[in-house]
Design a binder for this molecule. Structure first.
Ligand code: HEC
Length: 127
């Protein structure tokens, strides 16, 4: 009799464990994962930000029609002198355009937007 009870208890515990694992994995499926952008990492203008401009902005921001001029070698001076990068980054014209202008929003990914924001908030250095 005692043996039988033990067996039943073992089966019961096994069932609870299976249910728990199932439950956790189904939570995982719907969990929100923010873009992996490390706010504490140092963000560099030349290595991190300029490549974003090169890929998706310079078709229009090429110094001829649209300002700021975002071409390599011109972009930092153009952004600075035009007052496009000011602190805090959330209110800077550059980040503001990328996140609120409906024509600009889809041009960059969430990750790229955050990289620009963190770079500005780290002092917007020409690093
Ligand atoms: C298809 C052309 C096009 C592309 C690509 C483009 N822009 Fe623009 N951008 C414009 C136009 C047009 C304006 C001016 C009118 C406006 O504000 O919508 C502008 C204006 C701006 C301004 C200035 C806003 C102000 O207040 O003076 C910034 C900053 C800017 N863009 C950043 C970017 C960045 C960063 C990218 C790349 C992620 C980008 N743009 C890609 C067309 C473009």
């Amino acid at each position: 009799m005692n043996q039988k009870l033990k067996k039943i208890r073992q089966i019961f515990i096994a069932l609870i464990l299976i249910a728990a694992v199932k439950g956790f994995s189904s939570c995982e499926k719907y969990s929100f994962s923010p873009p992996a952008v490390d706010q504490k990492q140092t963000w560099h203008f030349q290595a991190d930000i300029q490549p974003i401009f090169n890929g998706i902005c310079i078709t229009c921001h090429n110094g001829k029609t649209q300002f700021p001029d975002l071409r390599s070698g011109k972009s930092y001076a153009s952004l600075k002198s035009g007052g496009y990068i000011t602190l805090p980054g959330e209110t800077s014209k550059l980040y503001h355009q990328m996140t609120t202008n409906s024509a600009h929003i889809p041009r960059s990914t969430d990750t790229q937007k955050l990289e620009v924001l963190y770079w500005i908030n780290q002092g917007a250095l020409n690093n």
